[in-house]
Each structure stands twice: as C-alpha cells, then as structure tokens.
Design a protein around this ligand. Structure first.
Ligand SMILES: C[S@@+](CC[C@H](N)C(=O)[O-])C[C@H]1O[C@@H](n2cnc3c(N)ncnc32)[C@H](O)[C@@H]1O
Length: 273
C-alpha cells in the first residue's frame, strides 16, 4: 500500500520584508540553493547552456559583450567565478584558454557542476570569506551569484579586492534595483509600482517558526556604487542589457513584456584600485 505522506511536506513559507543579518542570510541561501538546485538547473540549464557565459535572463552573452575585456586576452588568466552554480560561465572561460575556479555556497549546485563536467576546479565556500591567498586572480566575475543574497555586499567586495591582483576586473550582475519597486510578476501586474524603491528592508521567506528559508537584499543604484567604491574598486561601466527580440522566454518575473519597458539586470564593471 502506498502511504499518503503529503501531510508531512513543509508548509509554504511566508513571504515578508524584515531585517536579517549575515549569518541568517548565508544559512538561508545555502539551504534554499541546496533544496532548489535540481529545479533551477532543469528549468534554466538549457537557456544558460552548459558552456556559455550568460549574464542574466535577458541572455546577454559574454562572447559578444566582452565585459571582462577582449575575449582574445582571456587566455592564461586566473579567474574566480563567484556564486557559480553549475559553473557554466567557468566552462566557457576555460574554453577561451583561461584558468577558472568556480566557487559556490551550495553543495548541490556544485554537484551539478560535476555532473556536467569539464574539469573546472570547484570550491564550496561563502563569498564573504574567500579561501584564497591575496592576489591569486587576474579577474573575478559573478552572474547573479552571491551579491543579491548577502546582507553586507561590501564584505564580498573587500574579499574580492584582496584576492585580485592590482588592476584586476570584478564584473557582477544583479537584479536591477528599480525592479524592487514593482511586483515580481512577468505579466502586466508587474508593471505598476507597488513598493518604495528606497525601502532597503530585505525580502525574506520564513517557515512557521520564523526561520528565514530564502533571503534577497535590496540596494539602490547609488548604494551599489558606494559599496563598490567602499570595497576598493573604481566603477568602469554600468550595463543595463536591453531585452533582445530573439528572447521570448520568461524567467520568474523577467519577461519580454517587462524587459521591453524597464531594466531587469544591472551589470557592474569594476576595476581594482
Ligand atoms: C541565481 S544563482 C546563479 C548561479 C549561476 N551564476 C548562474 O548564472 O546560473 C545564485 C548562486 O549564488 C550562490 N550563492 C548565494 N549566496 C552565496 C554566498 N554567500 N556565497 C557564495 N555563493 C552564494 C547560490 O548557491 C547560487 O548557486
């Protein structure tokens, strides 16, 4: 007889806005990404491509964007990918002759990196405490990895600064800050301002004991610039990818409808001072 165990499943977490610090944010992220890595990779793996470097749901590809610098100059560089997930970006970097290292907090995400293969060195660690010696890398990058999920992004930037060699680039993408004023919905309901852009209170999903199980942190555009500078970087460019005509795919709250009207991703191109 098959037992009905549905009553034992976790109840839906409650979505709220409340303060949450570094430790609770990290713990929530590790648990959430471990539990949802399979779903994330089966839903988005084909769009990302096993060995492509895609900056976000718009589909901007590093092969065309060249935000890390000219593709022909990547050969031989030591590159740290932060919040690498299944290390798709690192696989593309390796194909260009670079020496990438893929770091992620989630064991399950890194198991997907192993499943896909490619011989990328994988490191399970928190971006707020990078387990590398000073000046180990020429470049660092992150496509939506770690930065949106940490309580104190300056901690991450200071660590990236420490492990980069002088003049090294640090390029990362995050949800465009303006999106925080809108409901996270792909349809027309996601086009009307519903919250203050200036409210930095984190988005938290919590279980019935009040424990955070998912966390995202909001910074305004100005906050992000100040954080980059406080971490010891110079801002070289701020890229807001436009929604391309070829992309008909929805990704959560990112859709062609909204993408044609408001920015969805912000990519910060920084240089170590
Ligand atoms: C949206 S996914 C992006 C993954 C990959 N860059 C991609 O484009 O598919 C965010 C990733 O950041 C990782 N992450 C979240 N917080 C982190 C932290 N504090 N340190 C390192 N990785 C973290 C998650 O485990 C997850 O794999």
């Amino acid at each position: 007889m098959i037992q009905d165990l549905s009553h034992l499943q976790d109840p839906e977490p409650e979505a709220t806005r409340r303060d949450t610090g570094t430790t609770e944010s990290s713990r929530a992220s590790r648990g959430w990404w471990d539990r949802h890595a399979d779903e994330y990779q089966s839903e988005h793996g084909a769009f990302l491509g096993d060995d492509h470097f895609v900056w976000g749901p718009e589909g901007l590809d590093e092969a065309e964007a060249g935000l890390l610098g000219p593709v022909s100059l990547l050969e031989g560089l030591d590159i740290l990918e932060i919040g690498a997930g299944a290390a798709q970006c690192s696989r593309w970097l390796k194909a260009q002759g670079a020496r990438p290292v893929a770091l992620d907090l989630s064991h399950r995400q890194l198991q997907h990196a192993l499943r896909i293969g490619g011989g990328i060195p994988l490191v399970e660690a928190d971006a707020t405490a990078l387990p590398f010696a000073d000046a180990s890398f020429d470049l660092a990058c992150s496509a939506y990895g770690a930065v949106p999920f940490v309580a104190d992004p300056v901690q991450v930037f200071t660590e990236v600064h420490r492990v980069l060699r002088p003049g090294g680039r640090w390029v990362f993408s995050v949800t465009h800050p303006v999106r925080w004023a809108f409901p996270d919905e792909p349809g027309p309901e996601g086009l009307s301002v519903a919250a203050s852009y200036f409210d930095r209170t984190p988005y938290v999903e919590q279980d019935d004991t009040g424990r955070a199980v998912y966390v995202e942190h909001h910074r305004t555009l100005g906050d992000r610039v100040r954080d980059v500078v406080a971490g010891g970087f110079r801002l070289v460019d701020l890229v807001e990818p436009e929604w391309p005509a070829w992309n008909s795919q929805e990704w959560g709250g990112w859709s062609p409808l909204r993408g044609n009207l408001i920015p969805g991703t912000a990519i910060f191109v920084c240089e170590r001072a």
